[in-house]
Design a protein around this ligand. Structure first.
Ligand code: H2B
Length: 96
């Protein structure tokens, strides 16, 4: 099973992930993506969902019109692991 990242490893990882921040009050990272319109936002979610399923690692997320709020945490580990960092990178690549 993936291990929770040390504070230092997490700080380093977040340094390379623009827009991703610690979620207050829990062991998770989050980012708010804002797209041109709902079509772009839902297209992003569709592509990200396929990648997440392939990785067997799933986001918590909320969509309102053109905004997608994403929270990543590894539930099995009770916190942020390398799996969350990998999914965050994949989501950034999909968002372009
Ligand atoms: N997604 C997330 N975000 N955290 C997990 O711990 C997790 C998951 N575990 N997707 C996976 C599925 C696990 O339940 C299955 C059995 O591999």
């Amino acid at each position: 099973m993936a291990e929770r990242l040390s504070a230092e490893a997490r700080r380093q990882a977040l340094g390379g992930l623009p827009g991703w921040t610690d979620v207050p009050g829990r062991d998770a990272i989050g980012k708010t993506f804002v797209f041109k319109d709902f079509n772009e936002a839902f297209g992003f979610m569709s592509r990200a969902a396929l990648v997440a399923e392939k990785m067997d690692h799933h986001p918590e997320w909320r969509n309102v019109y053109k905004t997608v709020e994403v929270v990543l945490s590894t539930h099995d580990a009770g916190g942020v692991t390398a799996r969350d960092i990998a999914l965050a990178k994949a989501m950034d690549a999909i968002a372009g």
